[in-house]
Write a protein that binds this ligand. Structure first.
Ligand code: DAH
Length: 341
């Protein structure tokens, strides 16, 4: 039986088709060695070459078989490349870290972080006062008696000191270092550092020897405001409080001042915010800066006058959001915190 070129191309086509369905490198290699082996379709054709008597015919058939073998080798190489690329992609896919996975998984609600209610309130207050032309200042939470009391017109044993239940730091001389009971000491520090005119707000944490209850915490937050300029009057104070009220709470809210007493202001007042339903929120204290306080800040009270105010941020946030108990704000219960996105 003579070797036909049609036998060669049939054997090649069959081998090429089988290659396409080989899906591992081992499969490709064993297919090639099987086809080209002694008993394989192309291998056996090659070994039968010796029986071709006609020399020219043998050359022709031999060349055709070699051509088929090299096409098979090329196809096998191409197939191996395809398979190893696929393997590479599989490994990359399996190793990939999907950073969007948590947010996309439908069975786990995306839990984004958020700022605390008091931080939110502080940031909004800062925005509103920056809009009114104020700058932000900060002072230390551990203060000296001088800044917390004395410079604010409360010399040692002044009776007004009892307005603030103070936590003292155990440091000699005893009583000289304390946790600030209000943000008012920052007024003095700002006057000492910033050249007037000064339009400053001073938010921060304050401390009092208080037992926690629905309306008190031993640690809470205040925001202090201070204006120092020439010819500042009580009307500027009232106008600023009113402008702040409308900007922060909304145009349906108004403010009022009631006479009061603070050692660092003269005259002094407390201010309340009127809700649209007619009820009142007591917010904080304010007044015209006492000449002694301006002098303690290193400025001449004959040249400069000013007003100041201060109020509790936690209590204000509590009122604004209808929180019943201040302690809930510090329980770290996410179910409470999640109500204020
Ligand atoms: N520091 C006062 C307090 O904690 C609040 C206060 C009252 C601040 C009057 C002021 C002010 O700046 O003028 O009770």
């Amino acid at each position: 039986m003579g070797t036909q070129s049609s036998d060669i191309s049939a054997a090649l086509n069959e081998a090429l088709a089988a290659l396409e369905s080989a899906d591992t490198p081992e499969g490709v290699r064993s297919l090639v060695s099987q086809v080209t082996g002694k008993k394989g379709s192309l291998g056996s054709l090659k070994s039968s070459l010796g029986s071709v008597v006609d020399v020219e015919e043998r050359k022709k058939v031999g060349a055709a078989i070699n051509e088929a073998l090299s096409r098979l080798a090329e196809a096998a190489d191409a197939r191996l490349t395809v398979l190893s690329n696929a393997e590479l992609l599989r490994v990359i896919g399996a190793d990939r870290v999907d950073v969007t996975e948590r947010a996309l998984k439908s069975d786990v609600a995306a839990r984004l972080g958020r700022t605390h209610l008091v931080t939110q309130a502080t940031e909004r207050l800062e925005d509103v006062f920056i809009g009114l032309g104020f700058q932000i200042a900060e002072g230390p939470e551990v203060e000296s008696d001088f800044y917390n009391f004395e410079a604010l017109n409360m010399p040692p044993s002044h009776p007004a000191r009892s307005m603030w239940d103070t936590l003292f730091v155990d440091q000699d001389p005893q009583g000289s270092v304390l946790l600030r009971t209000h943000t008012s000491p920052v007024q003095i520090r700002v006057m000492q550092e910033w050249p007037p005119p000064i339009y400053a707000i001073m938010p921060g944490r304050v401390f009092r020897r208080d037992t926690p209850d629905a309306t008190h915490m031993p640690v809470f937050h205040q925001i202090e405001g201070m204006v120092i300029d020439r010819n500042i009057t009580f009307a500027d104070l009232a106008g600023t409080i009113e402008a702040f009220t409308k900007a922060f709470f909304g145009s349906a809210f108004t403010s009022r001042l009631r006479p009061s007493y603070f050692p660092f202001t003269e005259p002094s007042a407390e201010f309340d915010i009127r809700r649209p339903d007619g009820s009142w929120i007591e917010l904080g204290g304010c007044g015209m800066m006492h000449p002694r306080v301006i002098r303690a800040g290193g400025l001449d009270p004959d040249e400069w006058s000013g007003f100041a105010f201060g109020f509790g941020i936690d209590r204000m946030a509590k009122e604004r959001h209808g929180v019943a108990d201040l302690r809930d704000m510090y329980s770290n219960d996410v179910r409470f915190l999640e109500q204020f996105p």
